[in-house]
Structures are given as C-alpha cells and as structure tokens.
Write a protein that binds this ligand. Structure first.
Ligand code: GUN
Ligand code: ZN
Length: 433
C-alpha cells in the first residue's frame, strides 16, 4: 500500500507578496491540480494529468471536480476566551472590555470550563478552514494548559499565551509582575515547541501592565530564541490618549513596548490603526508584525487600518479575526470586511492580496513560512477544500466566474463556513462538513 494520498481539484496558493512581485507572479494556480501528501507533509503539487503518471498505480486519489483547494487559513489575532461573548452590543473598546470582556474572562480560572470553550473554539476555527492561529488566553495559567491540551488532540500548529495584566483591571483578573513572569516561564517550559505548539508572551496592552511587568516581559522574551510576543497596539483613540497619560516619557504608543524591549521578529501587534510614520518605521526595523482585524475594527468602532502605509514601510501584516471584538470566525468573512475597509480609503484590495494576507502573509508575520502558509513541497499538509456548491448563491454566482481571481473574490465576499467542505491539518482530516 502506498503511503501517499492525493486530492484532485482546482488548487491555488500564494508564493510571494503581490506587493513585491505583482499579482500574477504572486500565486500558482492549477485548474485541474493534484495535491499529493506523504504522512504529514506535502509531497507533490502540480497539474493532475502530468503528475498522475509519475505516481504509484495504487495511489488513492480523492477527486473534487467542484472544489478549490487552498492552504489552511492563518488567523494572526484571536481570543479563545471571548468565544461566547461574540456580538456584545453597543460599546467601544474600553467600556466593552469592562462591561463584557473582563466578567467573561473571569470564568477561565476553572480549567474544566476553559477546556469546554477551547474545544468548541477549535471546532469553530476548523469549521471555518483556519488551521493556525495566534491566540490570547486569560490571566489564568490553566486557561493556556486547557487550550494547548485541546490543540494537541488535533495536532494543530497553534500559538497561545497567558495574559499578563497587573493594573487597571478588576482585582479578580490581575496577576503581579513576578507571578506573571514565573507562570509564563512555566508555560513556556511545558508547551513551547511541543509538537506543533508555540508560546507567546502576552501582556494584554500597555494600560493594563505596570512598567515592572513590561520589563519582566522583555526579560522573558530575551531569555528564549523563538518565543513570540503578542499584544494590542493603537486600536482606539481613547486608548491611545490613556497610554500617553500613563507613560508620559514615551514618544508614542509603540515606544512604550520598545522601551521595554518587546519589539522583535516574533512580535505581533494587533490593530495598529493610529500610528505615525516613526512607529511604522520602527516596526519594520525590528521585524515586528501587525495583525489587521477588520471585523473588530468596524464592530467596536476603532477605525480603518492603513494597509498602504504598512506596505510603504515594509511592515509584515497578517489578517486576524479578533473574536470576540471581531464578529466572525470565518477568514473568508474577514477578507470581505478587509476589502471594505480598504475601499473606504479609496484603495483596492485584490483577491490575491487577501489570500496572501490570510495564508502566506500570516505565516510570514508569524515566522512560520516554510512550515505552513502555502502548498510548497516539503511544507506541512494544512489545507482547505472550498466547495463551489457550498450555498445555492455561491453555485450560481461561481458558474459565471471567468477566472480564479474572480472565483476567489466571490468566495471571500459571500462565502463563510458553509463554503468549507473539509479542513486538513498535517495531512489528517480535522473537519468535514
Ligand atoms: N485591547 C486590550 N484587550 C483587548 C481585547 O480583549 N480585545 C481587543 N479588541 N482589544 C483589546
Ligand atoms: Zn484582541
């Protein structure tokens, strides 16, 4: 019996950033493609009619004439503990946090509760074709244990961390600089690089950490080669003014993190809406990345992310849902809202750039390129089968599509979880509709 498995369908993936090489050179498309997987890795990719004769006769081929295969989606910013508070009405960031978020997050001191939410959260990600995510836990250490234990079951490439938060939050949700350092370190030692899992040092945002806590976060970051730093940056105008008041010696919001040595090639900052040129420049210089979270930015009224500014300064950008500030687990729906955010600034977001941001661009932002993000031979077999007949409207609209770019755009405008026929992680099926 051959160890190989193969999927035959239309296949599309990005191989570069359209900003660097132009749209046409940024992707590969096989109208009648074959994706061959050996164990957990991609073994071959190409035109079905050319590849099949080179492969063993007993090769099992799953044929999907009505499907498009893409890489698994990468969500560069999401909060698993906010799964059950999605769609909380009527507030902007700071009131939203106090009214809805903090009370919900308090429940995660209970590990059984955390595990139940983590299981449902991961199921929701996989139903939506997301195979990798950079994930906030809560301040409770057990929330991260529960998340990693749940991720291990499906062998997912996931990044998570315990929130560090020692001020400006309810007492039931705060830690101390020392306890947050110690618990984060214990979690790194237990989980970082265990199988496909990675740890992110996770100060919530500047207002909820003292100087001392941010300093210890920077110390921890310097003690490991490859752990991540994950936080929020310049999301909301009131938040930015608050940060200026709390850290009067800082030149700007990013400088608070910079002064505490939190900028690195593995640092990911969610939102980055209200930034000045020197902040973009410093993000670029340090190899830090921004997670663009359009559904959240619209829902909590934060503002419009300036993708062209980030591009001009060569800052790495990925796409994030930011559930529960964000309103959908679907990266297709996140691309839909991203398009509109860019439209409102009189610019265009091409479907190939959107695909890039939610796959290879996300992988680059997370320094996981070469492992996940596209379907290159040797990378991990994380992929999605998109069903052109997922809904009656998708079927009728896609029947009129003239090319792959138009088809992708239709998927990312009217598609959602119903378009995801199956999701594979490391070669194994982890969701089938
Ligand atoms: N800033 C600090 N905490 C949060 C959070 O939980 N969600 C969002 N969107 N922004 C934040
Ligand atoms: Zn967030």
């Amino acid at each position: 019996m051959s160890q190989l498995k193969a999927w035959r369908a239309a296949i599309v993936h990005c191989i570069a950033d359209p900003k660097d090489v132009g749209i046409d050179a940024a992707y590969e498309y096989f109208e009648d493609g074959l994706l061959v997987v050996k164990g957990d890795k991609i073994h071959a990719l190409g035109d079905a009619t050319q590849l099949i004769p080179t492969l063993p006769n007993d090769l099992a081929i799953e044929h999907h004439p009505d499907a498009i295969i893409t890489p698994g989606f990468i969500d560069t910013h999401i909060h698993y503990p906010q799964t059950d508070m999605i769609g909380s009405y009527g507030e902007q960031l700071l009131t939203w946090l106090n009214t809805y978020t903090f009370p919900e997050e308090s429940k995660f001191s209970d590990k059984a509760y955390a595990r139940d939410v983590a299981d449902r959260f991961l199921k929701e990600l996989l139903r939506n074709g997301t195979t990798t995510a950079l994930v906030f836990g809560t301040v409770h250490k057990v929330s991260v244990d529960a998340f990693f234990e749940a991720s291990e079951v499906h062998n997912l490439r996931m990044i998570c961390g315990k929130v560090m938060m020692d001020r400006n939050a309810p007492g039931y949700l705060t830690d101390t600089p020392e306890s947050s350092y110690k618990e984060s370190k214990e979690l790194i030692d237990a989980w970082h690089n265990k199988g496909r899992l990675h740890y992110a040092i996770t100060p919530r945002f500047a207002p909820t950490s003292s100087d001392e806590q941010l300093k210890l976060a920077g110390k921890l970051l310097s003690e490991y080669d490859d752990v991540y730093l994950h936080t929020h940056l310049s999301e909301n105008k009131d938040e930015c003014a608050w940060v200026q008041g709390l850290f009067p010696k800082s030149k700007n919001y990013l400088d608070v993190y910079d002064q505490h040595k939190l900028l690195s090639e593995r640092s990911v900052f969610a939102h980055g809406i209200h930034l000045c040129d020197s902040e973009y420049h410093r993000l670029h210089e340090t190899g830090s990345a921004i997670s663009f979270c359009p559904t959240s930015n619209l829902f909590i009224g934060s503002g419009l992310f300036k993708l062209s500014k980030a591009e001009e300064h060569n800052v790495n950008v990925g796409l994030g849902t930011d559930v529960g500030g964000g309103t959908s687990f679907s990266m297709l729906q996140t691309m839909n809202e991203a398009y509109k955010v860019i439209q409102l600034q009189n610019e265009n977001l091409s479907p190939i750039k959107s695909l890039y941001l939610s796959t290879l661009g996300g992988a680059k932002a997370l320094r996981l390129e070469g492992k996940v993000g596209n379907l290159a031979v040797g990378t991990e077999a994380d992929f999605v089968i998109l069903d052109t007949r997922g809904t009656p409207l998708l079927e009728s609209r896609l029947a009129l599509s003239k090319n792959i770019e138009e088809s992708l755009f239709v998927f990312m405008t009217i598609g959602d979880d119903r378009a995801i026929q199956a999701t594979y992680s490391a070669g194994q099926c982890v969701h089938k509709r």
